[in-house]
Design a protein around this ligand. Structure first.
Ligand SMILES: *Cc1c(COP(=O)(O)O)cnc(C)c1O
Length: 241
């Protein structure tokens, strides 16, 4: 349990923004005919201090996303007692897999078998398996990471066989500048890929898609996890970190 704290101006800003995000999630889920509890909110805390993460945790957030190891590891250490669930969202380099395997609960951007094998080897046998989502380059954007849609099934089969990973589903990031119909279409295609994959991997339960600007659209297309930073914590300022 986290100690109670006095409400400061900034934490009441946080409370309001979080309430707005939760209301929007519930509304989108209702429109889609889904239970709002079928959507997990991952609060993306990159660029924000441990203090703000504890404030969000006191408001009931359990899941936090980080992109940069150097920034994330001290925050994870400082907040160890809080029992939070940590999601690694960044680009994963082969020589940086160990701290991810040791300190995170989820990895969303997996797109190479070599990285998956290292994560599985480096995950403690005593810990629960590391949850992973395969990142799909669903918009076939040259600049975006992710496996091509046609290569998802073979990668999924290999990753699912690794002992210390638990394959949970698919994730995507869309390029900037797509209009709403194009975004909905891309999210819909990711959902269809998951549906197809579930014929051979029925245990897959996660579609990680949608960020501050478009999480409602992603929920309408079936997102079960939305990764929301700015809409909860406000703009990121990297000048102090
Ligand atoms: C930074 C980031 C987010 C959150 O972005 P916002 O626009 O601030 O909500 C979500 N997913 C990934 C992979 C990110 O890198």
């Amino acid at each position: 349990m986290l100690p109670p704290t006095q409400t400061s101006a900034s934490s009441s800003g946080l409370a309001h923004r979080l309430q707005d995000v939760r209301t929007a999630i519930a509304a989108a889920a209702r429109t889609a005919g889904r239970d709002e509890r079928s959507v997990t909110l991952v609060a993306v805390s990159k660029g924000h201090e441990a203090e703000q993460i504890s404030a969000a945790a006191r408001l009931g957030i359990t899941d936090f996303g980080e992109n940069y190891l150097q920034e994330a590891l001290p925050k994870i250490a400082a907040l160890r007692e809080a029992g939070l669930i940590w999601h690694f969202l960044g680009r994963l380099q082969a020589n940086k897999t160990r701290p991810v395997a040791e300190h995170f609960d989820w990895v969303h951007g997996l797109d190479r078998l070599r990285i998956a094998e290292r994560l599985s080897q480096q995950r403690s046998h005593l810990a629960s398996p590391l949850n992973v989502c395969l990142q799909v380059n669903i918009a076939q954007d040259d600049k975006k990471a992710g496996v091509a849609p046609a290569d998802v099934a073979p990668l999924a089969a290999s990753v699912a066989s690794l002992p210390h990973l638990r394959l949970r589903g698919l994730m995507c990031m869309l390029p900037e500048g797509l209009d709403t119909p194009a975004r909905r279409d891309a999210y819909s295609r990711l959902r269809q890929l998951l549906v197809a994959l579930r014929t051979s991997h029925p245990e897959l339960d996660t579609l990680s898609m949608g960020m501050s600007g478009d999480f409602s659209d992603a929920i309408l297309e079936g997102a079960t996890m939305v990764r929301v930073g700015t809409a909860i914590f406000g703009p990121r300022d990297y000048s102090h970190i």
